[in-house]
Design a protein around this ligand. Structure first.
Ligand code: GLV
Length: 328
């Protein structure tokens, strides 16, 4: 039997690559930047499996280009809005992803964004670095208190819940909005389910933890910003397009809200001349919420294992569309 062929669209942890190499012939895309669409479609021709990132659009055209022998798509991320999962399911192709292993790390980072923006950490650092610090001043760098503040969580999934748990340690009051009430979580951490308008009106911090879907695209836009407190801070560690960036700019510039801290943007990467980057009250980092050594190592392992299981026709450890197994 010839060894299966796989395309891996970026470097991952070496031990995970080694594990794949023991089972398959690996074509690894070595560049830091993603392959062009044309190159990607060429590279995947005839492969049995693909290990991909959120930068690759995996749609019907992609699956056609790969061919009918494609057995598995393994994404190294929990979000999978770049993949047409319904199309993969129609073709009986399991889609792997990396939930759970990044939950705590992403919740930690959400808090890092919250605290950094509330207390103007990056602005302060720039002030020192550029030689502007001349004295201690009672009115310098005044921010927002975290203890005692109200946190509104949009999307009470795995990450949203871990953010809620952290918030109670800081003495915050937690509100959440989700299309499904999570009573089983409310008994573990004190938090109140509310409608979106109440969350917008009452929260001092609003943090987004929802998947990007048609329904959540530009969920935060002019109408929502208009309902927020003038001092409120928005945190987005979910997906960029959940926030309308032009509306966010207007809200920040016109003082409708107090600040924003974004791990994700629309588009990604955000162009260096984007007006959001000119604002002192908008903190932007390059989509790094899950980027701890241990978590990225575990994401690499899991993505590699999902790929290997798919090649060997075994159920994936973490599968987005387990219904493919009901069809066979
Ligand atoms: C990263 O954004 C992920 O979805 O894991």
């Amino acid at each position: 039997m010839p060894r299966p062929r796989v395309f891996v669209t970026r470097h991952i942890f070496p031990e995970a690559l080694d594990a794949i190499r023991k089972k398959a012939q690996v074509d690894l895309w070595e560049d830091e930047l993603p392959p062009s669409r044309a190159t990607l479609l060429e590279k995947i021709k005839g492969v049995d499996g693909v290990l991909c990132l959120l930068t690759e659009v995996v749609d019907a055209e992609f699956m056609d280009a790969a061919g009918p022998q494609l057995k598995v798509i393994s994404q190294i991320a929990v979000g999978h809005n770049n993949i047409d999962v319904a199309e993969a399911t129609r073709r009986g192709i399991p889609v792997g992803y990396t939930p759970d292993v990044l939950t705590q790390t992403t919740a930690d980072f959400t808090f890092a964004l919250l605290m950094a923006s509330a207390r103007r950490v990056v602005e302060g650092h720039e002030f020192v670095r550029t030689g502007k610090w001349r004295t201690w001043h009672p009115l310098h760098f005044l921010g927002q208190d975290i203890y005692g503040a109200t946190l509104g969580i949009v999307g009470m999934g795995r990450i949203g819940f871990e953010v809620a748990r952290r918030a109670t340690g800081f003495g915050m009051k937690v509100l959440y909005y989700d299309s499904i009430r999570k009573r089983e979580l409310e008994v573990q951490v004190p938090m109140s389910p509310v409608d979106m308008d109440t969350l917008l009106h009452e929260s001092d911090f609003i943090t987004l933890h929802t998947a990007l879907t048609k329904e959540t695209h530009h969920l935060m836009s002019d109408a929502q910003f208009a309902k927020m407190k003038k001092t409120a801070i928005l945190i987005n560690a979910a997906r960029g397009p959940v926030v309308d960036p032009k509306a966010l700019y207007r809200a920040l510039k016109e003082g409708k809200i107090g600040g924003a801290a974004l791990d994700v943007t629309e588009p990604e990467p955000i162009p260096v001349d984007d007006p959001l980057l000119k604002l002192d009250n908008c903190l932007i980092v390059p989509h790094i919420a899950s980027a701890s050594v241990a978590t990225r190592r575990e994401m690499s392992r899991l993505a590699a294992q999902n790929l290997i299981n798919g090649l060997e026709k075994r159920p994936l450890e973490k599968c987005v569309n387990p219904e493919v197994y009901e069809k066979t």
